[in-house]
Design a protein around this ligand. Sequence first.
Ligand code: ZN
Length: 439
Amino acid sequence: MQDLIRAKIREIPDWPQKGVNFKDITPLLQDHELFCKTIDFMASRYLGAPIDKIIGIDARGFIFASALAYKLGTGLAIVRKKGKLPGQTISKEYSLEYGSNILEMHNDAILPGERVLLVDDVLATGGTIGATAELVKQLRGEIIGIEFLLELSFLHGREKLKEYNINSILQYEAEASLKIGIIGGTGFYDFFGETAEAINVETDFGKPSDVIIKGKISANEVYFLPRHGKNHVFPPHRIPYRANIAALKKLGVDIIIAPSAVGSLKPEIKPGDFVICDQYINRTAKRADTFFEGPEVAHIESAYPYCLGLRELAVEQGRRLGLPLHEKGTAVVIEGPRFSTLAESKIFSQTADVINMTQYPEVVLAAEAGICYLNISLVTDYDAGIYADGGAKPVSIDQVMVNFKNNNEKLKKFIAAIIENIHKKGECDCKKKSESAKI
Ligand SMILES: [Zn+2]
């Protein structure tokens, strides 16, 4: 029966917003026989159970709730969005991804001690049903169970509602899961918990910096690679950049999110700020920076070297989280491992915003591999030339470490938000550029 129902759920892409695959239940409702079977199936779990009322939730929940109330011989009560119920109501506010919503219920909808069954069409993140459960509790009703037609399992709504008996007829995994690489500091190990899997990868360019940890964030497979190795054994100029990108490519990674610590070259870019770099200036000299050493030759277009779709998504999510964010910036990448002289720093500050030792050649190798690449620069201190002029105060190494630790937590939340919303990533031409680079 599940297959028959699934066949009658119409998928509407990009509705009500881009990236959302809306599940339209109206073809199911049009099928008399299947709709009756659906209601019978929902009711079968509760035949003979002591239920006093079914609670239907605005708006498609009403359809299933009223049919179930008829079938089970119970009363029906409804929960509506704010302002729809006249008379005396109680209300509950709950947060949505953007902003919040309010649900209301008549204050006499449930009598104290009544046993109720909650019904809605879709379980998504669980916000609506959680708020409904709170309303029922306010009226001192007892929740016997919660029934859904569909469950979007990848949104993990069920996890917020562990105390209840929840059923859904159909479960949907995410439509398209992406493979996302994170190249960053060691602070990311705790992203994945016990389910993580360690993967050894060999490439034509040798071994990557360390074993790669595979985990899951929402529906996406996430591969974490510590840039300097788990025990920080590779200085910036010795990182196996080609092996790192080649290993992620081999694992099928489509997207790389690459946080890095940077120094600020501008007084207005402060320690603790985030910069979503859109340009780089390469001042490294000794690094293998192409996969194409001949006979195959490629010239990768580099006018806009960072993935535009990922940059837009990062800016949107960073703003939503209220992070101190610079929407663009130019990074100068130096060979290191030494820091800049005063004279160098002053020159760099005329053309760049931040300074770092690892963004290049990571960014260009990802571009050659056709992988979307996002840099998130986390500012730890001011570079020498900035504070020498008295434009800003120097930051001690202790302060750098404190800044980095505090902001690492914010960075992790930021990256998690980007991955959870990766389906909203806009168009880009990263793949096309890599294909057209080859001669
Ligand atoms: Zn891209």
